[in-house]
Design a protein around this ligand. Sequence first.
Ligand SMILES: Cc1cc2nc3c(=O)[nH]c(=O)nc-3n(C[C@H](O)[C@H](O)[C@H](O)COP(=O)(O)O)c2cc1C
Length: 210
Amino acid sequence: MSVNIQVVFYSMYGHIYTMAKAIVEGVKEVDGADVTLYQVSELVPDEILEKSGAKAAREAFAHIPLISPDQLAEADAIIFGTPTRFGNMCAQMRNFLDQTGKLWVSGGLAGKVSSVFTSTGTQHGGQETTITSFHSTLLHQGMIIVGVPYTEQRLLNMDEITGGSPYGASTLAAADGSRQPSENELAIARFQGRHVAEITVALEKGRKSQ
Ligand SMILES: Cc1cc2nc3c(=O)[nH]c(=O)nc-3n(C[C@H](O)[C@H](O)[C@H](O)COP(=O)(O)O)c2cc1C
């Protein structure tokens, strides 16, 4: 028996994509957990992406398949990654989630495990609000929310600027996008992937034995 874990992200400049790859690595460390990486559709017109430099950045992960809302039903756990937009999830992720009404009606996501990671430009730009406000949607869908417990000691790191909180992994991109996820942040992301996978495997074993 193996569980099916999806990592579903949107990224404009690649920081969330880098974090998503670390989450995938963490899931892969767990026996009995399969993982698939997906991205959600872009909404910003090509000419705007071009002007903002995002078009070139997005080419690095153009090969990652787009997910359709119905595909979420195939997962046992879903780990969502979104950059912060004004303290909230990005519109591309909101647009995707707003197409999950059919799954809400059928209870198709109820009882599945979920988790969220994020990225901001600045240190106090809303990482925690982005993740906790994302949780409302997950609760409406009846999902079980998993964060990052303080057993991950890297959350206590005060030696450097770092993302990562009990709500989920995170990184700081800097206002101009020049900062890349640090080793501390990537390790927390790997922890999150591993933690979600371990909980999902245990949950599925329990359900199968009932
Ligand atoms: C419209 C817009 C709104 C943003 N809002 C915030 C914000 O509220 N706080 C913040 O720290 N960064 C904010 N940012 C910066 C992004 O969070 C940052 O570019 C992103 O985390 C980088 O991730 P990515 O490379 O995966 O796209 C904003 C960026 C844009 C384009």
